[in-house]
Structures are given as C-alpha cells and as structure tokens.
Design a protein. Structure first.
Length: 138
C-alpha cells in the first residue's frame, strides 16, 4: 500500500467525518487488516494501469479499517455464497437467497463487502461482461 496510508492520516480522515479513532494498538491492527483486505480483495484484481496508488484506495482502506476496528476480523468472516440473502418481505418476514454455488466467482467473492468501499473501487475492477485482449509471448 502507498506510504500515504497511516494511522495519523486515518485519524484525520475519521475526524473530518465526525468519528474518533484512537492512536492505539487496536487501531493500528485494524488498519493493517484493512490494508490486507483492500490489497487482496480489490487491488490485486484491478484493471491494468491501476494500483494501490489509484484515487480512493486510501479512503477505501480507512473505511475498511473502521469496520475492522468496530468488529475485529470483519472481513475474514467465512460464509458460503448460498448464505447470501436479501430481505424481500416484512410481513411474515421473507428472505431470498441471492448467492449461488454454481461458479468459482461465487466462492471467490464469498466475503463480507461494504457498499461504500465497492462504490469507491469498482471503477478499477473488470466488469462482469467485459471483454479484453492480452498478448502472450511478445
């Protein structure tokens, strides 16, 4: 991750949003876990030309760190794709399964996600139906 990601910068980022992050070992540990999550779940899959120094990566890391600080291990929670569900009815509460075990993608993405982080970084991710060309052996 870039040198710009730091506990001090996270404290400033949080303060600008009315949140408090203490300069404490638990905060530093949450930031390290968040960096791992952003690096391995997002940055490693970015389209060519984008990387850890792309805009919004630092901010996404701080958002992930806040989730990790509130719930240590948040992004390492394990579940199967078939456990993904959405609330589809309130009267006599009804849930609809949205996950599927039919593809390797479903298993690769069976991790908690943040809609805010996804909104920040999805612009760098390959689209589901995107076509690309690669040259091999040139």
């Amino acid at each position: 991750m870039p040198d710009s990601v730091s506990l001090e910068n996270w404290i400033a980022y949080a303060a600008a949003r009315g949140l408090t992050v203490a300069n404490a070992p638990a905060s530093e540990q949450a930031l390290v876990r968040a960096q791992d999550y952003i690096l391995y779940h997002y940055v490693s899959q970015f389209l060519p030309g984008y990387g850890a120094d792309s805009p919004y990566v630092d901010e996404a890391t701080y958002e992930a760190a806040a989730l990790e600080l509130a719930t240590p291990g948040f992004f390492t929670t394990s579940f199967t794709p078939a456990q993904q569900k959405v609330l589809t009815g309130v009267g006599d509460i009804r849930w609809t399964v949205t996950g599927s075990t039919d593809s390797a993608d479903a298993w690769a993405n069976a991790t908690p996600t943040s809609t805010k982080i996804a909104a920040m970084l999805d612009r760098y991710m390959p689209g589901k139906f995107q076509i690309g060309l690669k040259a091999v052996g040139l």
